[in-house]
Write a protein that binds this ligand. Structure first.
Ligand code: XUL
Ligand code: CO
Length: 438
């Protein structure tokens, strides 16, 4: 290692729950087995390059506050490589096995497309070397199709065909780089794919163009032999007023309607779920029920704030419910838990990045252990099975089998008098869940 960026911090150890150290894990013990897999195999933690390495912590009312001695703010490839060096030192010290990036996080956007792509190639060669050195893998790559002014009216849904072509060229390059780096996946998040007023918008045309765009991406993926998983990441708004990929159900509908469902899964983010007025476990379940739950952007929002605050997840109640869904679908395959989360603006020192990730990793490790016990005990599953048992016998079974008709159901209703379902027992179940968190 040429230069050390976090010289006072060593590898973060696992010390167990008795530890008083703020720079140690209390629950995350990478090699410890939970069921058949180790914690690290279950959780597949990933660093979000944009938040951890590049975000200066500015907000609409003030400039950035963060100390990031690894970044001189220049557009040079040299600077980009130094930022990468810091990032890989950080990941190795935390035991983060994966990372995710946008093309413009890792390399600068320069005067023209060719220059930007060349810079990306140069940095990618460096990333490849660092991945090997530090035993870190790429969870997913993506293209930033939302920062530059050219994308102010969208990228794959822009009303301007030249902008659309530029976006395609950028995605093509970002996919090539993701492929070169052995990326397990590639994410499409459409922050500008939407509209702010229908007075100037042809929604059908925009959504149609988006479908063409994604079909071209699938074709190109096959052409270059990229085997990673494609993901769409839903979000209802911010920065755009109405985003087309508003929630898991809207994404699934779009994918199905446009014959893309076999080629895409969803990357579900907690704060996006709540912005869509859903609980995270709702979004995960919608995706999982369609066989399309692929990956998770692990963060949390602030219930009192109406925008995407991207905070680190610390609630065990939340992480338990997330891991419950992930274990229920048999665990991550190509996806993982990507900390799409940022430290608060007033947590400006490099060490704060460590505290933040340690907290998130510990919260998920504990959530994993609890979720595993919940599933092993099977009490919730038993309750739910029982609740629907009337559809496994008698008249209910004819419904399940698709053999019932309105006439047969009317006959049953007439013969059986006033029906009364069993209690939903929500409070009892909430109490039961709390016993696991004791
Ligand atoms: C923005 C967001 C993105 C995606 C990747 O809200 O979540 O960072 O995860 O483009
Ligand atoms: Co995200």
């Amino acid at each position: 290692m040429s230069q050390e960026f976090f010289p006072k911090i060593g590898r973060i150890p696992y010390e167990g729950t008795k530890s008083k150290s703020a720079l140690a894990f209390r629950h995350y013990n990478a090699e410890e087995k939970v069921g058949k897999k180790t914690m690290k195999e279950h959780l597949r933690f990933s660093m979000a390059y944009w938040h951890a390495m590049k975000n200066p912590s500015g907000d609409p009312f003030g400039v950035g506050t963060r100390l990031r001695p690894w970044d001189d703010g220049s557009d040079s490839v040299e600077n980009a490589k130094r930022v990468a060096d810091a990032g890989f030192e950080f990941m190795e010290k935390l035991g983060l096995e994966y990372y995710c990036f946008h093309d413009r996080d890792v390399a600068p956007e320069l005067g023209d497309l060719r220059a930007s792509s060349d810079a990306l190639d140069e940095v990618a060669a460096h990333l490849k070397k660092l991945q090997r050195q530090h035993k870190v893998k790429l969870l997913w790559g993506t293209a930033c199709l939302f920062s530059h002014p050219r994308y102010m009216q969208g990228a794959a849904t822009s009303p301007d065909a030249d902008v659309y072509a530029y976006a395609a060229a950028q995605v093509k390059k970002a996919m090539e780089v993701t492929h070169l780096l052995g990326g397990r996946g590639y994410v499409f998040w459409g922050g500008r794919e939407g509209y702010s007023t229908l007075l100037n918008t042809n929604m059908k045309r925009e959504v149609g163009n988006l479908a063409h765009f994604l079909h071209m991406a699938v074709d190109y993926k096959k052409k270059i032999g990229f085997k990673g998983q494609f993901f769409i990441e839903p979000k209802p708004r911010e920065p755009t007023t109405h985003q087309y990929d508003s929630d898991a159900a809207a994404c699934l509908n779009f994918l199905r309607e446009n014959d893309l469902l076999k080629d895409f899964q969803l990357n579900i983010e907690t704060n996006h779920a709540t912005l869509a007025m859903h609980r995270m476990e709702h979004e995960l379940t919608v995706a999982a029920d369609a066989g399309a739950l692929g990956s998770v952007d692990a963060n949390t929002g602030d219930e009192l704030i109406g925008w995407d605050t991207d905070q680190f997840p610390t609630s065990i109640y939340l992480t338990t419910q997330i891991m419950w869904q992930i274990l229920k679908m048999g665990g991550f395959k190509t996806g993982g838990l990507n900390f799409d989360a940022k430290v608060r603006r007033d947590s400006y020192e490099p060490v704060d990045l460590f505290y933040a990730h340690i907290g998130g990793m510990d919260a998920f490790a504990k959530g994993l252990k609890i979720a595993h016990r919940i599933l092993q005990d099977g009490d919730f599953a038993k309750f739910v099975t029982q609740r629907y048992a009337s559809f496994d016998r008698g008249i209910g079974k004819t419904v399940t089998q698709g053999k019932a008709t309105f006439e047969s159901l009317e006959k049953h209703a007439l013969a059986n008098g006033e029906p009364m379902p069993g209690s939903g027992r929500q409070e009892m179940l909430e109490n039961l869940l709390n016993t696991y968190l004791d």
